[in-house]
Write a new protein. Structure first.
Lengths: 124, 288
């Protein structure tokens, strides 16, 4: 697992996001077991309470669920849920600031959409 | 369950190494004991371990005074900077020696750790290099089975690979057997994610004992033109500040209030190391 956490967000949130990324990428499939709190904390060298807090975030959002005595599993429909959630945060974190910047530069919706398209072309 | 210090003062030849320290350390947490050189970290750990007598005040372990109390002291394993093992003993003999004082000593675990750290079981204690001396002390501590581990500079002299191995083993150990662990270190960046509580002492005085996550969420810096920064800082809890030309950086407790930035200021998070430096660093000017 990748190491470097940044200090811009609480570590437990970053743990949750790493696990979500693993579900999105297909590394952890639905109904598959995810690593235990101990494995996660040892691997990232973080306090087990922090790892647990990260996992609990995902439990609250029904992205993972607990099977008593066995461990944590990826919930059915988890990938879809994460995608929806990420779309929302993509809108807030990227689209809204982009629109604000576009307005500053006097760019309208069409022109901004054009530039976005160009970004897609250049990026591929 | 845990350790409680009540008004603990320790004087050496009249000078206070610790001054009226009141501190509660709870079970099932990993505490980072942070302080600059000479701040009193080792004194604090040695007092808890009963190796030093407080000049004033009281130290309780699970509600019982530690002084001349074998039951309370038996719960504590203190790894100090000095090597207190009998000189001529070999590594494997030291494990046996430790198990006599700590009946829950886990020998198979100690052997397993020795293999991982490549510690030679037949090496003599006094012939070990600084690094392996530390490794021996770490292994004896982790395998002691004591519900309270006090580790004074446990990574001293360890190379990066061995430090990483130690951090992993510490977490593994703590996950399997949650207990009270206190460790002092100067490598704050490395320890920041491992510990969940930070205890910071400065010149013998306790200045902070907080949950690390809360502490980091509750600290930030702002920077911008000096006048704007000063205006913002007015009436808020300032840790310290620095001036570079006309650019001022102010370190604060609390949450940033972007409404008061007035377009000139930006805020950033602070990491534990930076916070530590700001809290303990400038000895004179930031005392306010």
């Amino acid at each position: 697992m990748p190491p470097g956490f940044t200090n811009e967000k609480p570590i437990f949130q970053q743990v949750a996001e790493e696990l979500e990324d693993a579900v999105l990428s297909g590394a952890f499939r639905e109904e598959e077991q995810i690593p235990s709190t101990t494995e996660i904390s040892v691997s990232y060298k973080i306090n087990p309470a922090t790892a647990l807090k990260g996992i609990n975030l995902l439990v609250e959002e029904s992205i993972v669920y607990k099977r008593r005595g066995i461990g944590m599993f990826v919930a059915p429909g988890a990938k879809q849920k994460i995608l929806e959630k990420r779309k929302q945060s993509f809108y807030r974190a990227f689209v809204l600031p982009m629109v604000r910047e576009a307005e500053k530069l006097g760019l309208g919706p069409e022109e901004t959409a054009e530039l976005t398209k160009r970004g897609f072309n250049d990026g591929n | 369950m845990g350790i409680e210090l009540k008004g603990v003062t320790k004087r050496f030849k009249g000078a206070a190494a610790l001054d009226r320290v009141g501190l509660t350390l709870e079970d099932r947490h990993i505490y980072g004991l942070l302080g600059r050189n000479g701040a009193g970290k080792s004194t604090l750990l040695n007092l808890i371990a009963g190796r030093l007598l407080p000049t004033q005040g009281e130290i309780l372990v699970d509600g019982e005074p530690v002084l001349e109390n074998d039951r309370a002291l038996g719960k504590i394993y203190c790894m100090s900077e000095a090597n207190y093992f009998p000189e001529g003993l070999r590594v494997r003999e030291i494990f046996r020696f430790t198990s006599e004082f700590y009946p829950r000593f886990d020998l198979p675990y100690a052997l397993n750790l020795s293999e991982k750290f490549e510690l030679d079981l037949n090496a003599k204690n006094n012939k070990l290099s600084t690094g392996f001396g530390t490794i021996l002390k770490i292994i004896a501590a982790l395998a002691s089975g004591a519900p309270i581990l006090l580790l004074d500079e446990p990574v001293l002299g360890l190379d990066a690979g061995n430090r990483e191995l130690f951090y992993r083993e510490l977490i593994q150990n703590f996950s399997e057997h949650p207990r009270l662990i206190v460790f002092s270190t100067h490598l704050i960046e490395e320890a920041a994610k491992l510990i969940d509580r930070a205890v910071i002492i400065r010149q013998g005085t306790l200045i902070l004992n907080e949950d690390v996550e809360t502490l980091l969420e509750d600290s930030y810096l702002i920077k911008g033109p000096a006048q704007a920064a000063d205006r913002y800082a007015e009436g808020r809890t300032v840790i310290s500040s620095e001036l570079l030309g006309g650019l001022k950086t102010v370190y604060l407790r609390g949450r940033p209030d972007p409404d008061a930035f007035g377009g000139d200021l930006i805020s950033e998070k602070i990491d534990l190391q930076k916070l530590f430096i700001e809290l303990t660093g400038r000895r004179k000017e930031n005392q306010k």
